[in-house]
Write a protein that binds this ligand. Structure first.
Ligand code: APR
Length: 311
């Protein structure tokens, strides 16, 4: 049986375990700093397995030793931004948490592939790769699947067509500057721009950009976790089943799209080796401008990290 360890057993981490257990893909380990919580959630989930008929071992721990021999490490550990906390305060707090999670897990699972979720996502994935010294194939960040799924859901709500017929591609950084590619998005092969009036499409694009904030405003305490964790489960499945699945993820750029030494949301192919390749779209001028603006904003956070942490 494969093994997946999830660091951070909060809302996203534990819900990722739930989606993964349903898929019977791997035994699961939940690790968190809070005493008893990962053990309690692990046990509760293990007790659900007879009901759903899945033979998956699920345990929780406060000790990284429990992650030994993992095929995949998912990092969701982190702090939410609290009132009065600056962007840099959050960056340095989460960099410390993610840095420790990456270093400790690597000791026990030298062959693992890392999926990073903790925000600011592109920068935390960069930190993970730099601190562990892993090749870029073995570190990916989750964001693009989520942003694209939000856009797909909004198109389905607007049109009444099955979500399965709707393909949307949202690239770039995971923030307001994300890059929804309406020209490449379609409903059963029909370009979105031909299917929807321009004003409706623009409204969907704007809602997608603000998708994370919309959930935060509704929940009031906490942020989205069902869709982000479902995205992680899809990534883990593509890796463990060696599917060569093309999905938008944050990947380390090595000259692709004219970008280097940074993580950024682009279409990647996921298989058993991790991030197998980056697919390069041909952009028109408008798309290129959006992409460059988003890249500049992500690069800024990378630079802020480099001032805070020696990597
Ligand atoms: N080691 C392990 N776990 C930690 C550590 C640490 N050093 N520090 C914090 N945690 C745990 C917390 O105890 C908490 O259970 O990380 C968990 C985070 O869970 P939530 O607060 O529920 O946050 P969640 O909604 O799951 O989001 C986690 O993913 O999508 C991103 O922006 C989101 O960065 C955030 C992360």
């Amino acid at each position: 049986m494969n093994k997946i360890s999830i660091i951070g057993a909060g809302m996203t981490g534990s819900t990722a375990a739930h989606w993964l257990a349903e898929r019977e893909l791997a035994d699961l380990v939940l690790v968190d700093v809070v005493e008893g919580m990962p053990q309690g959630k692990g046990l509760d989930m293990a007790e659900a397995m007879p009901i759903i008929g899945k033979d998956v071992e699920i345990v929780g721990s406060n000790d990284y030793a429990a992650t030994k021999g993992s095929d995949i490490i998912i990092i969701t550990a982190g702090l939410p931004r609290k009132p009065g906390m600056s962007r840099d305060d959050l960056l340095s707090a989460n960099a410390e948490i993610v840095g420790k999670a990456a270093a400790e897990t690597l000791k026990h699972s030298p062959d693992a592939i890392y999926i990073v979720l903790t925000n600011p996502l592109d920068t935390m994935a960069y930190l993970t790769m730099k601190l562990t010294g892993l090749p870029r194939e073995r570190v990916v960040g989750q964001a693009g699947i989520l942003d694209s799924a939000r856009m797909r859901a909004f198109v389905a709500m607007e049109t009444g067509v099955s979500v399965e017929n709707i393909d949307c591609y949202v690239l770039g950084g995971h923030g307001d500057e994300m890059v929804p590619l309406t020209r490449h998005s379609n409903i059963a092969g029909v370009p979105l721009r031909d299917y929807l009036p321009a004003d409706r499409l623009e409204a969907i694009v704007n809602r997608t950009r603000k998708g994370g904030g919309e959930i935060v405003n509704l929940l009031k305490t906490g942020s989205a976790f069902y869709a982000p964790s479902a995205a992680v489960a899809q990534m883990a499945e593509a890796i463990l089943k060696d599917k060569h699945l093309i999905v938008p993820c944050a990947a380390y750029m090595n000259g692709e799209y004219g970008l280097s030494d940074m993580f950024f949301g682009v279409p990647v192919q996921l298989g058993r080796k991790g991030m197998e390749r980056i697919i390069e779209y041909k952009f028109d001028d408008e798309e290129k401008a959006m992409f460059e603006k988003s890249a500049a904003s992500v690069k800024e956070t990378h630079e802020a990290l480099k001032k805070l942490v020696k990597i």
